[in-house]
Write a protein that binds this ligand. Structure first.
Ligand SMILES: Cc1cc2nc3c(=O)[nH]c(=O)nc-3n(C[C@H](O)[C@H](O)[C@H](O)COP(=O)(O)OP(=O)(O)OC[C@H]3O[C@@H](n4cnc5c(N)ncnc54)[C@H](O)[C@@H]3O)c2cc1C
Length: 411
């Protein structure tokens, strides 16, 4: 089965159990209703997931988490993607990457006030990093959090924030002084505070619908100093740790969506006839399915490897592997879904099968949580770094005749 290798029998059983449970709690029409924006943030479904401990899966059970690990969280998200949608998986995974940093860096106050109720399905959370003037270049954010006695005062704007109109609090990145990435700190910000403004709720994403996406502003918004996550100086580290988990866990949902599309295409190709034989009996179709299955499986393996490295606590040391898992995960998912639609022909471009929605959904993942270009940048930097060879013979670079008898002595 695609995606199975490298999973232990226990992990497969956990994944299968999650598949059964999540398929049962997601009504078949939920993804389409979310796609039509009839639901803005599926709170009822998150509450059901909380009852089954499918929120914050890596967080200890004593804090209402699943008491497992990041790989298990990815397996749950895969099912949320397969049976649901990218948006459904996204609001579930806020509770895991947000949950992990609250668990690891948060004080007992933050645990009690935010983490426990979130994982119990009583409070809802999203995250705000992107600003109108800063997306990929996260260190360039301009939102400020100025310390004043026992409070921080926030000013600034955030854009494209999934669910910011519906949640109880937001994990916000803001600068505590002038500077670059080292000035960033992370905060829990309640959305019922004076000074919290929703400038626009955007529901017209190409896909990835059903959460709403808000442009928000903080205007002299005061929060208790206790809402700082970890230390001021740990902000960038916390943000990077959160993003690493998101890159692995969110991408697993896209792999689940790609698997669903490929499954539909493979079955369609067995039933549909053209030129007197089944589509699968046309070699181009059969070989396309073979190629897609191989690429998808490779993406699953990269994802499993990255999750395991994060579970070993490697964090920054796993930067390359996490970026590879994100890059190949979303690019493979995109190709698999696009080609699956192609195999269905015209019917693939309608809503009779969910492939057209899945394709629109997954397109977002090539932009979010670090775009495809950002992943390539990380990979090229790490690759050049790791492959640098001090013993490399550079004397022939651009001068291959140096020392050659043709050039004569002294050349
Ligand atoms: C569906 C969706 C949901 C989102 N949800 C959230 C959310 O909940 N919270 C949140 O904080 N943000 C969210 N975002 C924002 C998302 O993280 C940003 O869109 C993303 O980081 C890219 O930033 P940008 O849109 O400002 O593009 P830019 O940073 O302006 O980049 C534009 C293009 O240039 C490329 N580029 C930029 N720099 C380089 C470079 N050095 N070399 C090569 N190429 C480069 C980018 O990859 C991109 O293709 C969401 C976005 C989408 C589409």
């Amino acid at each position: 089965m695609i995606g199975d290798p490298l999973l232990s029998a226990e992990e497969r059983a956990y994944r299968d159990q999650a598949s059964q449970a999540i398929s049962a709690l997601i009504p078949p029409d939920l993804p389409e209703r979310m796609d039509r924006n009839e639901i803005l943030y599926p709170k009822e479904h998150l509450k059901e997931m909380a009852k089954r401990r499918y929120l914050g899966v890596p967080v200890p059970a004593a804090l209402n988490g699943g008491g497992r690990d990041i790989l298990s969280d990815a397996l749950v998200n895969e099912q949320a993607g397969y049976w649901g949608s990218a948006a459904l998986a996204c609001c579930r995974s806020f509770t895991s990457h947000g949950g992990v940093i609250l668990w690891k860096y948060g004080s007992p106050y933050l645990h009690d006030h935010y983490l426990r109720p979130t994982l119990a399905g009583e409070k809802f959370v999203c995250q705000a990093l992107t600003e109108p003037g800063a997306g990929s270049d996260a260190a360039a954010i301009q939102t400020t959090a100025e310390r004043r006695g026992k409070t921080y005062v926030l000013n600034g704007q955030k854009r494209f924030i999934d669910g910011a109109q519906s949640v109880d609090y937001i994990i916000v990145a803001a600068k505590v002084r002038r500077g670059g990435h080292d000035a960033i700190a992370m905060f829990c910000v309640d959305t019922d505070r004076p000074g919290y403004h929703i400038k626009e709720v955007q529901t017209d994403w190409m896909g990835f619908r059903g959460l709403g996406s808000a442009w928000i502003a903080f205007e002299n918004l005061e929060i208790p100093a206790a809402n700082l996550i970890g230390e001021e100086s740990q902000g960038w580290k916390i943000l990077m740790e959160e993003l690493a988990i998101e890159r692995v866990v969110a991408t697993r949902a896209q792999l689940g969506q790609a698997l669903r599309a490929l499954q539909i295409a493979a079955n369609y190709a067995e039933h549909r006839k053209a030129f007197g034989k089944r589509l699968r009996d046309h070699q181009w179709i059969a070989f396309t399915v073979a190629g897609l299955a191989t690429r998808l499986d490779a993406a699953y393996l990269l994802n499993t490897r990255a999750a395991r490295l994060l579970d070993q606590g490697l964090g920054k040391a796993a930067r390359l592997e996490v970026a590879m898992a994100k890059l190949e995960g979303v690019e493979a998912a995109w190709e698999v879904i696009d080609q699956s639609l192609q195999i269905l022909g015209g019917i693939g471009y309608t809503k009779k099968y969910p492939i057209e929605r899945i394709l629109r959904d997954v397109r977002a993942s090539r932009l979010t949580a670090g775009s495809t270009e950002m992943m390539r940048l990380i990979i090229e930097r790490e690759t050049f770094e790791r492959l640098r060879d001090p013993a490399f013979r550079g004397e022939f670079v651009g001068d291959e005749l140096r020392g050659s008898p043709l050039q004569g002595p002294g050349a």
